[in-house]
Structure formats: structure tokens, C-alpha cells
Design a protein around this ligand. Structure first.
Ligand SMILES: [Zn+2]
Length: 264
């Protein structure tokens, strides 16, 4: 082989390998990462939240990596999963957790229904994620212009029985104490936030789930996704004593509301 031809071949192979490496990383086929999926250590709620915040920031900026989609990664997932966060979100087609947090297959344990209403199946699914998958961050994710919340704000009208029941549950979460200063006066933005925080408090106040969360050092937080810019806003600043005291009171009220509506 003459030298010029040989060096050209080497250059071509080098470029090919670099392209392959780039392809591998951007599509989540990193063999080292893939080999660790089954025995990946649990990620703390704080680190999990940081990862979600960073992923959402990439999504907002148009710099998504689309990780963990490749063939090798999928093969690793056949034998098990180790999601680092649980998302309790709305079924709305515009709010897909894996996309807005720039995560991939096996990264998020996702539970969705219209308006992210907390019921027995949602609580049981979270218990599974915490007890068996060691997921330590649970995020209740609402979003702008939620159709289910809009329906709960509107005057009652005929819907199939199950749908009416779901909308009523959201209505009760918005106005559970019938405060005359609030009743019938919420706009959709306020209602979305209130519905998220009600779900958060219902989860924190559930006795069985509370024990489960405590045992595994897991936490529940609320967030709202903005349709116009893709940004996820986190709704609390835990650690502020004034905010915490107010939240404790609201948690207590939510528990009472949950108890009084149970079985109806
Ligand atoms: Zn919605």
C-alpha cells in the first residue's frame, strides 16, 4: 500500500469512528452506561431534581440529547429498570415527561391521567416505584391550560359518569374548604397550581405512602409545565419556616378533605 493511500484510509477510518462515537453518545448507546442499568444505585431526591432541571433546560434551549434510545440500551433494559424519578402527570398529549425533561427509556416511572387526579391506583403505583425501584423523587406535574382543570372550573354539565366523577374530584381539590374568598373565583393559572399542590398534599398525607416515603428517604414535589416556552416551574421553596408552616396546615386540611370524601 503506498503511503498516501494508506494515510488516506487511516484518516477515513478515523472520521468514520468519530462519527460512530458521536452517533453512539447522542443516541444513548454508551456501553459503559448501559452495563450499569441493572445495578444502578438509587439517586437522592435532590440529585434527581437537579437532573430533571438540567434536562428541562436542554429541552427549553433546543439542545436535547435524546439519551437512552439506542439498541444496546434497550437490550440492557430487558433484564430490569432503574428509573431515577416518578412523574405523576396529566395525560395531555402536549406534556410528555420524557421529552420535556430530555430523558429516555427506563429513566422515568410515569403515571398519567387527565388532571393527575390522585386515586388508589396512583398511590399504589407510587408505592411500587418507591418500594421496588427505589425511586426517591416523586413529581406531580401540571401544565398550562389543562382541559381537565378547565372543565372543573366550568359550571356542571352532562358528561359520562366516570368523566363527571373525575372532574368533580378536581373541582373538590380546587374548592375543598369552600372558602368564600376563593370559591368560584379562580382563573385557570391559579387553578392549575392549586390542583398540583392539592395532589402533592394528598400524597404526602396518605399514611401508608408517608411511611413508605420516609423509609426510603423519598420526597414529593409539585411543578407546572408552560406550553409556550417548554419551561417547568417548581412550586415550592421547602425550608422556609413560614412556607412550611402554611404547608403543614394545608396538608392537614387536605387530609381532612380526603377523609371526608373517601367512600363517596
Ligand atoms: Zn391536563
Amino acid at each position: 500500500m503506498n503511503t498516501t493511500f494508506g494515510s488516506r484510509v487511516i484518516r477515513t477510518l478515523t472520521v468514520f469512528c468519530l462519527c460512530l462515537a458521536h452517533h453512539t453518545v447522542t443516541h444513548g448507546d454508551d456501553p459503559e452506561a448501559a452495563s450499569k442499568v441493572a445495578d444502578r444505585e438509587a439517586i437522592s431526591s435532590k440529585d434527581a431534581m437537579t437532573r430533571l432541571v438540567e434536562g428541562n433546560d436542554r429541552f427549553v434551549r433546543g439542545n436535547s440529547k435524546h439519551p437512552h434510545e439506542g439498541k444496546m440500551w434497550r437490550q440492557q433494559l430487558v433484564s430490569g429498570q432503574s428509573p431515577f424519578a416518578t412523574i405523576v402527570g396529566c395525560s395531555d398529549s402536549r406534556v410528555i415527561p420524557e421529552l420535556i425533561f430530555d430523558e429516555g427509556l427506563g429513566d422515568l416511572f410515569v403515571i398519567r391521567n387527565a388532571g393527575h387526579v390522585v386515586d388508589q391506583s396512583v398511590v399504589a403505583s407510587i408505592e411500587y416505584a418507591v418500594e421496588h425501584l427505589d425511586t426517591r423523587l416523586i413529581v406531580v406535574l401540571g401544565h398550562d391550560n389543562c382541559g381537565a382543570v378547565t372543565a372543573a372550573l366550568a359550571p356542571p354539565h352532562f358528561e359520562p359518569r366516570e368523566l363527571s366523577s373525575l372532574v368533580n374530584q378536581i373541582h373538590n381539590s380546587l374548592y375543598f374548604n369552600r372558602d368564600p374568598n376563593v370559591y368560584g373565583k379562580l382563573n385557570i393559572t391559579q387553578a392549575v397550581r392549586k390542583n398540583v399542590m392539592f395532589s402533592v398534599r394528598r400524597l404526602r398525607a396518605n399514611p401508608a405512602l408517608h411511611r413508605c416515603l420516609k423509609k426510603h428517604n423519598a420526597e414529593v414535589f409539585g411543578a407546572v409545565y408552560h406550553l409556550h416556552n417548554g419551561r417547568v416551574d417548581w412550586l415550592e421553596h421547602r425550608g422556609d419556616p413560614a412556607v412550611s408552616a402554611k404547608q403543614d396546615l394545608e396538608d392537614k386540611n387536605a387530609t381532612q378533605a380526603g377523609t371526608s370524601t373517601a367512600g363517596k
